[in-house]
Design a protein around this ligand. Sequence first.
Ligand SMILES: *Cc1c(COP(=O)(O)O)cnc(C)c1O
Length: 456
Amino acid sequence: MNSKSSFRGLPSVDKVISDKCIQDLNDQYSHETIVDVTRQYLEGLRVSLSQGNPCPSFADITEEIASQIESLSTVGPRPVINATGVIIHTNLGRSPLSADAVVAMKTVSEGYTNLEIDLENGKRGSRNVHVEQLLCQLTGSEDALVVNNNASAVLLTLSSLCKRKEVIVSRGHAVEIGGKFRIPDVMRQSGAKLVEVGTTNKTYLTDYEEAITPKTAALLRVHSSNFKVIGFTEEVNIEEMVKLGEWYGVIVLDDLGSGCLLDTTQYGLGNEPRPQDSIAVGTGLAMFSGDKLLGGPQAGIIVGQKHLMDKLKKHPLARAVRIDKTRLAALSATLIHYLKGEATEKIPVWRMIATPLNEIEKRAQKWSDQIGNLATTAPGESTVGGGSLPGSTLPTRLVVIKIPANRKVQDLAQELRKQPFPVVCRIERSSLILDLRTVLPEEDSSLLQALSTVLK
Ligand SMILES: *Cc1c(COP(=O)(O)O)cnc(C)c1O
């Protein structure tokens, strides 16, 4: 085939944009947008034709271009239903917010706020004051600072306190937290020198002690939040690290990961280290996320000693990683739930953790009945996720959907994800598995609707 004949079906930009199908979009989209998308599509098509692929019909071309233009304005990210049973699911946006936190976010977004102004004297203030006191109250800390996320909290801390100095870390703690956030890389980025001690499974206090030199700035603990070393293991607890640090005049830093303020063992889960416990033993600075077990918005929270925090607050990176007003408002509303002792009723992740098994069993049975004869229930396990409590699970009751013989389980899962209110669930042994622990009650009817559509 010569090149001329292979482009014969390719319409001109003018011809495409004067077609009715595209003309209909003129009210909603600028002429530039329509022409741009059309041109790009036709260029792609020219390449495809030159490779010998057949040319689509004119109607198919205009339909595809129209759908590409419309998909540009699909607002995202959009809500999905989490039926995976993983409570803090990083890919699904981690913690859903409490109703109060959502209102707080909306309220400060709609107009101007006193973000950085002292309403008492009209002078410039700090955005940090809105949560500083709350955080000090809840963790027993002298000072607090909130930044973009915990990764930036760790980077800011190391950059401000440890640049060109040594930081001692157990080999069991020099880990990857996820998404390529690796302690050795963050350390390098901050300009601090990582000194690894001990072994992956065993680190003793003497390992830290022997590594301390005049160049040592800090001992760093990193909570192994997304994995568990079991068997022959030994770790130095934070209290012993603090005592050693005090003796040698070295700061102790604690990357807690999750920032869990409540006692997880009362729900049959493992023990997640809490910021208040770290502060109580005298840690210099402790860092944690706002959107893991705290149940708030994305944020990095730093608590600890004032003389250290002052250095962080003055560091140029502090501005680069600062938090915005909407998340500050949501964080403040979330922290107030803890102050009022209502966290387990008001904060969704804690409500999910605290939901008793018999309640989930009743709901699963009701669901199974409504879905019909393809559904049964079975015992299973929910996980906390989001780099919290690895290996710790909550007993749950699953809704198991048997796949009709002529369908594939992956196809059904994909169809569920493509519903108007997308549903994300688990696949196990060629069945679809729904764990209702993570489905908010107000999502029930949308989930049933989605299921009945795809199972038709
Ligand atoms: C999750 C986690 C981080 C990163 O926190 P982000 O808020 O996701 O930036 C850092 N350290 C530990 C130990 C973590 O578990």
